[in-house]
Design a protein around this ligand. Structure first.
Ligand SMILES: C[S@@+](CC[C@H](N)C(=O)[O-])C[C@H]1O[C@@H](n2cnc3c(N)ncnc32)[C@H](O)[C@@H]1O
Length: 234
């Protein structure tokens, strides 16, 4: 990433930090509360927190690793509930190390060891220009970071209990919100799995329906009236 494209840090309304993308001017999380959005839209709405509370090991697939906030939040929950997660995240444009470190260290001041392990995995992925495979981040968390375009991801027959669809807006990134891509996510979701995201726009909801999902709107976190979850139509 050239120096002129280094993303700028933004303090959001709940006190947590996020970044503003220099290209599309979108923030990586909501300016009304980055951590709150991550907690409500992804960890809670996806059912991941409830599964961990019930001691059910959980496989998560994320579209857009970004700052790593969703990941570290999930890893911290796995540790708190003492229940395993297997987290696979795809990212086509890894942020500079300093940007990710600034966000994670500010947001999770007690997660020093997990952050160091995450930084190590990111560095290895960046150096090899490919995934080094699954890395142990804390006692209960494995991370597989895929450095590639999400449209090209092939997870074979692997399925996931939760999908975090967090890939910038459909305005700036339309391909990841269309039926051709959602069909792929549908095939990756376990029978009782949940896809969680912030978009509720009409064309996205129609594309979900066409791709074989049922969906439901939920009350959103501050700054977003509604968000959405989707699951495989029976
Ligand atoms: C909203 S941010 C993700 C925020 C992230 N989940 C977090 O917790 O910080 C969107 C991310 O999706 C990535 N992205 C956008 N299009 C992509 C694609 N086609 N394949 C892989 N990653 C993509 C961007 O580079 C960016 O890092």
């Amino acid at each position: 990433m050239s120096p002129s494209l280094i993303p700028q840090c933004v303090r959001t309304a709940d006190g947590s930090l996020t970044l503003k993308d220099a290209d599309c001017a979108e923030t990586y999380h909501s300016t009304f509360g980055a951590l709150t959005e991550s907690q409500v839209v992804f960890l809670q709405n996806s059912g991941v927190e409830e599964r961990l509370r019930q001691q059910r090991p959980t496989r998560i697939f994320e579209v857009g690793f970004g700052t790593g906030m969703n990941f570290l939040l999930s890893a911290t929950a796995a540790l708190a509930y003492r229940c395993a997660i297997n987290y696979t995240s795809v990212e086509n444009r890894l942020l500079p190390r300093e940007s990710i470190s600034t966000i994670l260290r500010d947001t999770f001041p007690d997660a020093h060891d997990s952050i160091q392990a995450t930084e190590h995995t990111i560095a290895k992925t960046r150096n090899q220009q490919q995934s080094p495979g699954a890395s142990q981040i804390n006692q209960y968390t494995q991370l597989t970071l895929l450095l590639q375009d999400a449209l090209q991801t092939d997870c074979g027959t692997a399925t996931f209990d939760a999908i975090y669809l967090d890939a910038f807006s459909s305005k700036n990134n339309p391909l990841l919100w269309q039926a051709s891509y959602l069909e792929k996510l549908h095939s990756m979701l376990a029978v009782e799995g949940v896809l969680a995201t912030y978009s509720v726009n009409r064309s996205f909801r129609d594309a979900l329906t066409v791709s074989g999902f049922d969906w439901k709107k939920h009350r959103g976190p501050p700054g977003k009236r509604e968000v959405l979850t989707a699951w495989r139509r029976q």
